[in-house]
Design a protein around this ligand. Structure first.
Ligand code: RNT
Ligand code: ZN
Length: 413
């Protein structure tokens, strides 16, 4: 009997169907964020600094400097992540010979990405870029008091929605277009209401042109605070929760965008009662929205458990949002994405029916015994089998791959 057979039997003893869990896991596409590959710099002429409170720290060698380098790194990453996944692109990653202003971007500027995605058989997601730009230097974009600046960003957002729709149509899978703006105030504002009314009106205009949900889905992402906007974030959680419900669009929950002791997993069942679909930015805040690479820790495990237990996988888009420039960027992508998958696998391998029955019967002792005894089961053996079946390395073999790829990037300045 192989180690896998014996592990499968152990799970079966608890009433858990390992094959069903593996089959389900294989269908879950994670949207891998392009910006971990180059420290959120992008391919516009002005780049170099992200702005808007977003900052990657570190100077590890091998940052992708061109779209071709980024695509090569992504190909390597996908080859070491089991299953088929997606790419989450930002507008600032356009692939053009000449610079193009944000209010002039078009689908044609992203065609190399779309062709590549077709070739790789992956879906694309998209984001307008409302930071790292002279017109965002006040940390105000869609809520700026200057109507000209608001118009500029509304145009950028509308074009991004068009581009997303064309990406979705070209690839045959809806492209989630996520709107995050850095808007806020460093010090205590007098007129929060005016800023929020401006943001709402700008969003209304941006979202007014109809788009086909078969091709693109609108999402809005809230935030608690950022560097330089400590006193007030215009697009707060309450602002966007209400907005997303009223507009019947997706709400994006970023794990770094809440008070550090809030449990983001707990929010899924609550918001899903009022929303059709959810977008997640899976991240790891440390003391603040620091965007550390996700570990296989309790926060991620609880998130995955809620997605499975509340039956939300079918209407949740799982995106990643972290960036660490102190370690190999490709290793960050691969290990981070695999951690999300491992968390989902662990959730899919739980004896949820028994746990739910115990809870319904107020038998909290059984619930407690089950969750704790279950932690000793051989999850790692099942994960290794998943990797082997999908032809990607695990353990020492994976480390060797990651190290030699990183070593091959030595020529990049
Ligand atoms: C910023 C938001 C946002 C960005 C990306 C790059 O705090 O989390 O999602 O990280 O758009
Ligand atoms: Zn985010």
């Amino acid at each position: 009997m192989t180690a896998f057979d014996s592990a499968r039997n152990q799970f079966a003893d608890w009433g858990v169907d390992v094959e069903a869990a593996l089959a389900r896991l294989e269908t879950i596409a994670i949207s891998v964020h392009c910006w971990q590959g180059d420290d959120v710099v992008g391919f516009e002429a002005r780049s170099g600094q992200s702005g808007g409170g977003i900052q990657a720290t570190g100077n590890h060698p091998g940052r992708a400097r061109t779209p071709d380098e980024l695509r090569a790194d992504l190909e390597f990453a996908y080859a070491n992540i089991p299953g088929a996944h997606r790419l989450n692109l930002h507008a600032m990653y356009l692939d053009t010979a000449k610079p193009v202003e944000r209010d002039a971007i078009e689908f044609q500027h992203f065609i190399p990405w779309v062709d590549w995605a077709k070739d790789q058989n992956i879906g694309l997601d998209f984001n307008p870029t409302f930071f790292a730009h002279a017109k965002a230097d006040d940390n105000l974009t869609l809520s700026h008091p200057d109507a000209g600046i608001r118009d500029f960003w509304i145009e950028h957002g509308r074009r991004s929605r068009d581009i997303a729709a064309q990406m979705g149509r070209a690839l045959g899978t809806p492209c989630v277009n996520n709107i995050w703006v850095p808007d806020g105030y460093k010090d205590v504002p007098i007129d929060r209401m005016a800023a929020r009314i401006r943001l709402e009106a700008a969003l209304d205009r941006m979202l007014a042109p109809p788009q086909d949900k078969a091709h693109m889905l609108d999402a809005v992402e809230s935030k608690l605070f950022g560097i330089g906007v400590e006193a007030c974030t215009v697009g707060s959680h309450e602002f966007y929760l209400g907005y997303a419900i009223r507009k019947q669009i997706l709400l994006c929950l970023d794990m770094g965008h809440f008070h550090p002791t809030e449990n983001i997993a707990d929010k899924l069942s609550a918001v899903s009662l009022s929303l059709d679909e959810i977008l997640l930015h899976v991240s790891r805040p440390m003391r603040w929205d620091s965007d550390h690479v996700i570990l296989l820790n309790d926060d991620i495990l609880t998130m995955a458990q809620e997605l499975v237990s509340a039956n939300l996988l079918g209407r949740t888009h799982i995106g990643l949002d972290f960036f660490d420039a102190t370690i190999s960027r490709t290793a960050a992508w691969v290990i981070g994405t695999r951690n999300m998958q491992k968390a989902l696998l662990r959730a899919l391998l739980l004896p949820l029916d028994r746990l739910k029955a115990a809870e319904t019967a107020l038998d909290h002792t059984t619930r407690f015994m089950l969750t704790e005894e279950f932690k000793d089961l051989p999850f790692g053996t099942i994960w290794e089998e998943f990797c082997a079946r999908l032809d990607v390395p695990a353990g020492l073999g994976l480390m060797k791959e990651l190290e030699s790829y990183q070593a091959s990037l030595g020529g990049r300045a």
